[in-house]
Design a protein around this ligand. Structure first.
Ligand code: URA
Length: 210
């Protein structure tokens, strides 16, 4: 994947995203839409994966058929909202390995602090796809990618549903080697670090915590 930012303008993705943005959309429908949209996004973020061939027998003859090459890729959920994207992507790539990064924001320093980190072995040999629905300030995304690089990952992609221009800029500065795939880049961030027009708090909307 060469481009640093890919915005997927597919009509199905854009339609589903509009339904998710609407404040009247219920938790159940929001979750269902997120599952559907994450599968469509997964299709794009896995574009260009290395392939090899395997000899198989069809009912008609033997052929060398294309299959994914290399070690199983890793999906890394940035907790907690990342789990909403993770579920749908895993349905499309069921053999993927899964990691988790937990970060909270220190209210004094406003910097992300790690509280959980668990990833599979051999990170350096795998494609790593970090998932978080909202790329807002970019601070926690940058910190999560820092941790993944420390664990040995060298081939990382970042998948989100919505991004802010500020978040994209912050990620590009810190991690220019990490391509971002998203459904939309919105207008801006508000004073509380929320994406505008956005969809509100993605975690609250998918888990029904508000
Ligand atoms: N996290 C969210 O859930 N929503 C935003 O708009 C920004 C960060």
């Amino acid at each position: 994947m060469d481009q640093h930012l890919t915005v997927i303008n597919h009509p199905l993705i854009q339609h589903k995203l509009t339904l998710m943005r609407e404040k009247g959309t219920s938790t159940a429908v929001f979750r269902q839409l997120l599952r559907e949209i994450s599968q469509l996004l997964a299709y794009e973020v896995t574009r260009g994966l290395p392939m090899t061939t395997r000899q198989i027998d069809t009912p008609m003859e033997t052929m060398d058929a294309p299959v994914l090459d290399g070690k199983k890729l890793v999906l890394v959920s940035i907790l907690r909202a990342g789990n909403g994207l993770l579920d749908g992507v895993l349905e499309l790539i069921p053999s993927a390995r899964v990691g988790f990064v937990g970060l909270y924001r220190d209210e004094e320093t406003l910097q992300p602090v790690q509280y959980y980190f668990k990833v599979p072995e051999s990170m350096g040999d795998r494609l790593v796809i970090a998932v978080d629905p909202m790329l807002a300030t970019g601070n926690s995304s940058v910190a999560a990618i820092d941790l993944l690089k420390k664990s040995g990952a060298t081939n990382i992609r970042f998948l989100c549903l919505l991004a802010s221009p500020e978040g994209v800029k912050t990620m590009k500065k810190a991690h220019p080697d990490v391509p971002i795939v998203t459904a939309a880049v919105d207008k801006c961030l508000n004073d509380h670090g929320y994406i505008v027009p956005g969809l509100g708090d993605a975690g609250d909307r998918m888990f029904g915590t508000k």
